[in-house]
Write a protein that binds this ligand. Structure first.
Ligand code: DQQ
Length: 538
């Protein structure tokens, strides 16, 4: 079926077949980026979870390796679940991961490479004394999972956090260790937020308030803030908050309690979950990986034989301009896939119009676009709808005074199928402007058995900033970054007609009161090499 095979992506990481979920233990070692992931070797649905493994020189081109860990012990018989890597000062690696025991109790286990001289780290050994941690008193057997990368305390101990919940309060438990075998539970928790439910895949890392480079996980001191991120099992989104870490009592306090973890900012407003960062000591940056699931039916996944992809790895840093947001941006290496480009300068898009952009094939693109809105019109517009929200709006077919306007990706000539990525400016009765960034997938596919959402959120736009967006289109994935990565939306789309040569690109403006001027540079993207592990038969 050529429609299903078109959906397979060209430059996003995915296994050759079957189901994948969370990124696990990403790290850089002896010249290679290692990526592990939750994998079902037997089917295109979740289950029988083991650790897949692949290596890369640049996080773009990959070589698949044999499974790193399988469910072969009583303490992980029901699944080798999510975990994280820590690189010790002597360069050795320890991996902590959650095992689901044969009784489905969640325990933490230790593993390490069999041979530290092997740059590919092909063989992994599980510690003979596993498990190293079992659920503590007061914590349910099924609410204790996903250990983080460890960081050092000033006393020289390693500290980790593990997600859990008590009643409906999501929490992050803290443990100290010197040897990764024996652990001391620290009273209380790193952080807790009522009514957020189970916290999965907690991440904790420092960001610099002044410099764009990333920080190794143990770095602390003046000029540094700490981020707590948790994946909310209840609503299946990744939430973060920026705050202050108090090492002494192992707690963290958000800068703005009203946008605390689970109730404020998200990494991504589309389909994106269980993300994990690592410090890339090769390029002094912090890199974020995230799992992008499917929004078609399970039957379709089974039919196509695979499910899920990983996001393009993103550098992640503190946005010192807003002081409230993180900035996410595709790693520089993705630019090595750029082929021919097309530029469009100062294209006027009148209210109610659609403008085709001739770019040849439009299924693998890297789009950079800037929009300027007529200033006079912004001033003159009468305020009203400051309560706008992407989710509850009419999507791209809304006709507001000052939006929506943006791009239609993966659209067919007749616009029967289209995936709008756009801005919407709302003016309050107080005259203040509030900018929203949305992605409407309600018309991405004429198929009925796919999810139809309008994704999005507000995006801070500072004085004298133009509106800007970067969009990576890769067959069934659209990853969109507004204002340098302050607000990000990833979607999965399943067009039936706007595929292969019939996939086109357009500008649109459905605002009633403003013209916009768009300038764009658009690259066609090459495919990445994602190679199977050579076996004897080859
Ligand atoms: N996925 C893993 C768990 C984790 C969840 C199991 C998050 O360890 O909590 O596949 O997607």
């Amino acid at each position: 079926n050529s429609m299903l095979s078109w959906q397979r992506t060209a430059f996003h990481f995915q296994p050759e077949k079957n189901w994948m979920n969370d990124p696990n233990g990403p790290l850089f070692y002896k010249g290679w980026y290692h990526f592990f992931y939750q994998y079902n070797p037997n089917a295109a649905v979740w289950g029988d979870i083991v650790w897949g493994h692949a290596v890369s020189r640049d996080m773009i081109h990959w070589l698949h390796l044999p499974l790193a860990m399988v469910a072969d012990q009583w303490y992980d018989e029901n699944g080798v679940w999510t975990g994280s890597a820590t690189i010790l000062p002597d360069g050795k690696i320890v991996m902590l991961y959650t095992g689901s025991t044969k009784e489905a109790v969640q325990v933490q286990n230790l593993a390490y490479p069999a041979d530290h001289n092997d740059p590919l780290l092909i063989k992994w050994v599980k510690y003979s004394g596993n498990p190293v941690l079992v659920p503590p008193p007061g914590i349910d057997d099924k609410d204790f999972r996903d250990p983080t990368t460890a960081w050092l305390t000033s006393e020289g101990k390693w500290r980790i956090t593990i997600g859990s919940k008590i009643n409906k309060t999501g929490i992050a438990l803290v443990y100290d260790t010197t040897d990764f075998i024996n652990y001391e539970k620290i009273d209380g928790w790193l952080h807790a937020v009522p009514n957020t439910g189970m916290w999965e895949c907690v991440d904790f890392f420092p960001v610099s308030k002044t410099e764009g480079n990333g920080l190794d996980t143990s770095v602390n001191g003046p000029g540094i803030k700490h981020v707590v991120k948790a994946s909310m099992d209840d609503d299946r989104h990744d939430y973060y908050a920026i705050g202050t870490y108090y090492e002494k009592n192992a707690t963290w306090v958000p800068d703005h309690p009203e946008i605390d973890v689970g109730i404020g900012l998200r990494y991504d407003y589309g389909i994106y979950y269980a993300a994990k960062t690592f410090y890339d000591q090769n390029k002094s940056r912090r890199v974020l990986w995230g799992w992008i699931g499917e929004s078609d039916s399970e039957a379709a996944d089974v039919q196509k034989g695979w499910a899920s992809v990983q996001s393009i790895p993103r550098t992640i840093a503190f946005d010192y301009k807003t002081g409230t947001h993180l900035l996410q941006w595709p790693v520089k290496e993705i630019e090595s896939l750029r082929l021919t480009s097309n530029e469009f300068n100062q294209v006027t898009v009148l209210p109610g119009s659609v403008v085709p952009l001739e770019v040849g094939s439009a299924t693998q693109l890297d789009i950079m676009a800037e929009f300027e809105v007529d200033k006079d019109a912004l001033e003159k517009a009468t305020g009203s709808n400051a309560t706008f929200s992407c989710q509850t709006s009419n999507g791209a077919s809304e006709h507001g005074a000052l939006g929506p306007f943006g791009l239609l990706v993966l659209a067919d000539m007749r616009l029967r199928e289209q995936t709008p990525v756009y801005f919407y400016i709302a003016k309050g009765s107080d005259g203040n402007l509030n900018t929203f960034f949305c992605n409407d997938i309600t018309r991405s596919s004429v198929a009925y058995d796919v999810e139809k959402h309008i994704y999005g959120s507000s995006v801070p736009v500072l004085k004298d900033e133009k509106l800007s967006v970067r969009i990576l289109v890769d067959h069934s994935i659209v990853e969109s970054f507004a204002q340098g990565g302050r607000t990000v939306i990833t979607s999965r789309v399943y067009p039936t007609e706007a595929i292969y040569g019939a996939a086109k690109l357009f500008l649109f403006n459905n605002a009633t009161d403003v013209s916009v001027t768009a300038s764009l540079k658009i690259w066609e993207m090459n495919s990445a090499f994602i190679r199977p592990f050579p076996t004897d038969e080859m």
